[in-house]
Design a protein around this ligand. Sequence first.
Ligand code: UT7
Length: 323
Amino acid sequence: MLRSPFMANSSPQRTGHPGSRILSVASYRPRTEVGNETVAALIDSSDEWIRRRCGIESRRHAAPDEDLVTMATAAASKALAGAGIDPRDVSAVLVATMSHRGRATTVAPLVADALGATGAAAMDLGAACAGFPYALATADALVRSGAAEYVVLVGAERMTDVIDDRDRGTAFLFGDGAGAVVVGPSQTSEISPVVWGADGSRSEVLRYDEEGILRMAGPEVFRWATSIIPDLAGRALDAAGISASDLAAFIPHQANLRITSVAAKALGLGPHVRVATDIITNGNTGAASIPQAMAAMPDTTGPALLVGFGAGLSYAAQVVTLP
Ligand code: UT7
């Protein structure tokens, strides 16, 4: 039998797992709630326009002491407690974010340190508002392969750091916060195969300008999102071997309540399917929006369809069993 040179020496052989699952979910919402009137005053807008065009009534803005690491750590710490996992048993910390502007090059090692996850690998994952489902697929692969046992996965954004509060196209839309899950081994597949992709040829519709401020061609992004979600969602359901009527919940990236409504209608979701509407009181929190929306429906269990989409352009969807 051929023997791999990589097996020759010290490292123990890793045994993977048949599947993985989400053990717990938690959210951190910054203390300061900001109503539409406050943001509208700077952009010649109104509470009525904002509610009508995107469904948002309020969002959270982080205070100076609520930096990305603090918020991500708070959500991750709560998720670990919920799962009953000791931070020292965490093998990997993944942080999905698009708004990191701190002096450290990546956020995840700081979060791992703050958690006391001293034995964990740590890395950031950049896929903008698709970051959470991208990172969830990565966590699932790590656990299945045996490269990791328990993974802490955080979506964290301080969008107020990268938004111009006088930009009419974005100032009212985005908010700050963090959401986290703990992923661990399972005898069955409770995170179904991801369906994902990217279209870098259209990256200019959501991009950072020379000052590092996010600029968005809103209507173009809106049309792109509503055109790709039905097919993406359908393929994710096929990959999970279920149909839309089997779903307990639909949790798309909270980009705009109208995008969620168009997608839910296109999927023909029945009244028994709980549709995430966390954007109403949370705004669009980028990579944090899906785990925050999951945490906002603690009484819902069963299969949930997650769909992420945004800058890149990047997109990803998968079905998970809610913990
Ligand atoms: O999370 C990453 C992915 N992001 C998204 O998926 C966001 C996708 N885009 C959107 O959600 C929407 O494009 C927005 C909510 C950002 C904007 O809504 P919209 O319906 O696309 O507005 P619009 O830019 O087409 O503007 C419609 C009208 C225009 O007036 P006219 O030309 O019809 O007279 C704008 O000048 O509304 C006007 N307008 C505003 N009015 C009040 C544009 N921005 C504002 C504003 N307040 N902030």
